[in-house]
Design a protein around this ligand. Structure first.
Ligand code: NAD
Length: 265
């Protein structure tokens, strides 16, 4: 299928590894010029090298990077200094830590809300009117299955991401954006095989004495597909929503979880 987005410019946040990298790779393979943002320069530079060496990349596709914290004003300014007008924006940053809500103070909440609610909103604010004026735009927010099925220890994520979800539900449906082929959707990962998930498994292993593999195996066994998702397949879903064919899909929360969510809706 021709996605019809070759030559567009995309900003992909949290793109040096994991789900953000999967999105960047899928877009680059469609001929989209991509600016990757992540905090750590060495991992980011390695990600750029991997994308440039990808034989599935159309030869004239541009891949650039900005080492910055996207949750800061300066970080966002650096991303827009690299390229002023993005056609596609994938919002993403690290998820908040797990824990007991009794131990979270105001600073912990502000940090989570900043990273997982206000940063995507700032990126939407900075781009959608320009997209509408140019007659094409795609925003993809990487959120979490926890928006639909909250996980008790991830209260910071449940709360902050639900705020973003409510905001997107309203703004995506405005005629000004939808009639100008500007769509805003959330992708909700279940359990994917990334450093974050492995890191959390290491944390649980240290606390419980179980092996990391036993912890991952237990997670697998809770998923009807009996496996963890891959950043590749997450990226493919992202590229489809960003494509010309995604034009009539907006304001949606798309779960990608191997059947783990147990509800009808
Ligand atoms: P990951 O740790 O593998 O990768 C995170 C990426 O984001 C890295 O490139 C990192 O450098 C970058 N990053 C983190 N904070 C940043 C910041 N402030 N500014 C710029 N870049 C930043 O994580 P992942 O598994 O790919 O998860 C991505 C998002 O999806 C997270 O918010 C996570 O909570 C959420 N999520 C992941 C899963 C999963 O199974 N992997 C499930 C549900 C939700």
């Amino acid at each position: 299928m021709d996605m019809g987005i070759a030559g567009k410019w995309a900003l992909v946040c949290g793109a040096s590894k994991g789900l953000g990298f999967g999105c960047a790779q899928a877009l680059v393979r469609e001929g989209v010029n991509v600016v990757l943002v992540a905090r750590g320069a060495p991992t980011l530079q390695q990600a750029v090298r991997t994308l440039l060496a990808d034989l599935a990349r159309p030869a004239d596709t541009v891949v650039e990077h900005v080492a910055a914290d996207i949750t800061t004003v300066e970080g966002r300014a650096a991303a827009f200094a690299r390229h002023g007008e993005y056609d596609i924006v994938v919002t993403n940053a690290g998820g908040p830590p797990p824990g007991d809500f009794r131990t979270w103070d105001r600073d912990a909440w502000i940090k989570a809300v900043d990273a997982n609610m206000l940063t995507p909103i700032e990126l939407i604010k900075a781009t959608v009117d320009g997209m509408a004026a140019r007659g094409f735009g795609r925003i993809i927010n990487i959120t979490s299955s926890a928006v639909k099925a909250p996980i008790d220890v991830l209260g910071l994520s449940n709360g902050a991401r639900s705020g973003l979800t409510g905001f997107v539900a309203g703004v995506a449906r405005t005629t000004k954006l939808a009639s100008a082929d500007v769509t805003i959707n959330n992708l909700l990962p279940g359990v994917f095989d990334t450093d974050r998930v492995r890191g959390m498994a290491h944390g649980t292993a240290a606390k419980t004495g179980q092996t990391v593999e036993a912890i991952i195996e237990a997670r697998r066994n809770n998923i009807p597909a009996r496996r963890l998702g891959t950043p590749d397949e997450f990226g493919a879903a992202c590229a489809f929503l960003c494509s010309r064919h995604g034009s009539y899909i907006t304001g949606q929360n798309v779960l990608i979880d191997g059947g783990a969510y147990p509800g009808t809706y």
